[in-house]
Design a protein around this ligand. Sequence first.
Ligand SMILES: C[S@@+](CC[C@H](N)C(=O)[O-])C[C@H]1O[C@@H](n2cnc3c(N)ncnc32)[C@H](O)[C@@H]1O
Length: 289
Amino acid sequence: MVITRRVGCLRRTSGGRVGTERRSNAADRLDPTIAHNARVWNYWLGGKDHYAADREAGDHVFRMFPDIVHVARADREFLGRAVRFLADEAGIRQFLDIGTGLPTAENTHEVAQRVAPESRIVYADNDALVLVHARALLTSSPQGATDYVDADIRDTDRLLEAAGRTLDFSRPVAIMLLGVLNFVLDTEEAQRVVRRLMDAVPSGSYLVLTHPTLELGGEGNVEAMQFWNQNAKPPITARSGAEVARFLDGLELLEPGLVSCARWRPDPADGSGTAPAQVAQYGAVARKP
Ligand SMILES: C[S@@+](CC[C@H](N)C(=O)[O-])C[C@H]1O[C@@H](n2cnc3c(N)ncnc32)[C@H](O)[C@@H]1O
């Protein structure tokens, strides 16, 4: 497989080289001395793509808010359940996953293409190390396609334009915003971003989101976020259920609604029959009417 260079994108083609220029450009942007969210998230998930500064900040947050590891895992498990539902029961074949994070187990295309190999997935993130590792996200089934866009979610028009090279915006798309709106600190701006994204897709499309909150328990979370904002990048904000619900305005909220992401349609095979412990992260799936 070759990944060729394109403005703002890595794209899967065929052969055996990587878009060297873009990756070395990304390497120039890498700062291993300050903790970055994508890398610390990877650390909490048990991955291996992080530096000493990430581990140090990650451990510090963990000491203040030990539940953070459960939040990260519950968020990924929610992603798996939501994508399986969308591919299997809702018939969705296109996914735009923004704030993708570093490649890990059960990336969106792996879950979707296991159900429907023809699924087309575009990933987008603005972190330099995610770009460096993006080729691991570009292992599409031959019937489908994957692409990676190096973009900031706030640069929404450019991101949509780049995604439009792989996705057909006249057909339904699942817009996936897992753990990323919390980095758009201004709530009005975050709402504008969501509206712009949902305006770009037709009826029958979906919005999938997770968002950290201080409402669902999690002692130490306030101090942990303060520590993060003083010592790591990018700065983060938590939001109330009412604020997160506004991102879903005008959409049909699927059952069970806006809940702790661990409690969104938990897989009965995973547990003892009791509701999973709640984590301080809202999750929801909603359909554009
Ligand atoms: C908490 S991680 C979530 C990763 C993945 N979506 C998941 O749920 O496991 C947040 C990701 O959002 C990315 N991110 C943060 N701010 C962003 C922005 N302004 N535009 C695009 N991506 C951003 C980070 O680089 C990181 O990879």
